[in-house]
Design a protein around this ligand. Structure first.
Ligand code: AMP
Length: 398
């Protein structure tokens, strides 16, 4: 699926600075010039500027230890406002459907399960997309989603069975499940949701299965057959929330540090000189979709994302994965949206402002010196927005 509902400002936003084999990324930041307590619009930054951080590091306090999602005892005015904001967003998600998230016009690329994996890769690249629903034409049924994880699995397969490289070009999309079995990864649960069900349900399902995107599948009234309507991503859902709920997101004034939003311990990182293959192994080991690229002082230079794997294996060049991260990142498409950073003192309302205005897929949390502190993925934000303070906060239910 590829649709473009970016605002003109987003379209105008240039990609990050990537120079030759050693790209340097700095980024728009959610940190406002007025500091962490400002609720005004945030200036977006790009190019070589380092994130501007108003709060000195001496303000930093230790992150609250293992605060549970349902730890809802605090009840100061800020807490009440925060809960009011969260309740507003949750109500919104319950009255809107997944269908509402779709733009007025979009195109959907559906791939036949019988297609060669190699060809599917070219189709994704040619269409500038990173995933596509699969269709089993023999049974006229939806057959799952093709994502960068599948290509990572093929790479893992190649690493485990190097003698098979001669046959890899012959693999079809229908063999992806066999590849999963051969390398011993648990097949991703193929979840889908009816487009007219509440959006809240799609969100719960995504959190439960750790899926970053969910297909909308309807049934044809006449034939009774499944129809893939579209695919919605965590990115699009958070954008939809941000654009339509400013009155609620502006109440989310607590800073990232206090919310414990994101991951701060045991971070998977790599350097510009690491091989792409090493980074792929890290993503598999940690079950994550991005690895911050740092220098020897722990300063953030860039971010390698699972989708960056796709151009690396263009044309079936699986044996070129020994290239460095620096080389791989220099092949990024020109329209790449950039890396977004924030500070632990930034507030959730500021993050929603940035999501509203830009193409944010995750935020790297840095200190005043651009040193890596943590990472906030869209699933962390979605999880907080949906589950914080809920009795049933362990994403069991739908
Ligand atoms: P994601 O793969 O981005 O959806 O993230 C899944 C979970 O892993 C989230 O809770 C993130 O905070 C966490 N995470 C993302 N990237 C990293 C990383 N490089 N190292 C450790 N944890 C991460």
């Amino acid at each position: 699926m590829e649709d473009d509902t970016r605002t003109p400002a987003e379209k105008a936003h240039p990609g990050p600075a990537t120079e030759g084999s050693a790209p340097v990324a700095s980024s728009p930041t959610t940190t406002s010039a007025a500091g962490a307590n400002s609720s005004g619009p945030l200036p977006l930054r790009h190019g070589h500027e380092l994130p501007f951080v108003a709060a000195p590091s001496s303000y930093l306090r230790p992150k609250p230890i293992s605060r549970t999602m349902s730890d809802n005892r605090a009840s100061g005015p800020l807490d009440k406002e925060q809960m009011q904001g969260l309740r507003g967003v949750r109500e919104f998600l319950k009255v809107r459907t997944s269908y509402d998230v779709l733009p007025l016009s979009f195109r959907l690329v559906v791939l036949d399960n019988n297609l060669l994996i190699k060809k599917s890769l070219n189709i994704l690249i040619q269409n500038g997309i990173v995933s596509a629903p699969l269709w089993d034409s023999q049974n006229s049924a939806f057959a799952g989603l093709l994502t960068s994880t599948d290509f990572i699995n093929v790479i893992q397969y190649y690493c485990q069975f190097p003698d098979e490289i001669a046959h890899i070009d012959q693999f079809r999309l229908s063999s992806l499940r066999d590849i999963e079995r051969a390398i011993g990864v648990l097949p991703l649960e193929t979840v889908s949701v009816h487009p007219m069900r509440p959006l809240y349900e799609a969100c719960r399902r995504m959190l439960k299965t750790r899926a970053r995107r969910i297909p909308l599948v309807d049934r044809d009234d006449e034939t009774g057959r499944e129809m893939v309507v579209s695919v919605i991503t965590q990115y699009r859902i958070l954008k939809f929330i941000a654009v339509n709920n400013e009155q609620y997101t502006m109440l989310l004034k607590k800073p990232v540090r206090e919310l414990g939003l994101g991951t701060y311990k045991d971070l998977a990182t790599a350097t510009m000189g690491s091989s792409v293959l090493d980074v792929i192994h890290l993503m598999v080991k940690y079950n994550i979709s991005a690895v911050p690229i740092i220098d020897r002082d722990n300063k953030v230079l860039n971010l390698f994302e699972a989708v960056d794997v796709i151009p690396c294996i263009k044309g079936g060049a699986y044996d070129e994965l020994s290239a460095t991260v620096g080389e791989a990142l220099s092949r990024r498409a020109e329209e790449f949206g950039g890396i977004y950073t924030c500070n632990e003192d930034d507030r959730l309302d500021a993050i929603f402002d940035t999501i509203r205005k830009s193409r944010v897929h995750r935020l790297i949390v840095v200190d005043d010196d651009n040193r890596l502190k943590g990472i906030i993925s869209l699933s962390d934000i979605l999880k907080y927005v949906l589950l914080y303070g809920e009795e049933d906060d362990d994403i069991r239910g739908n």
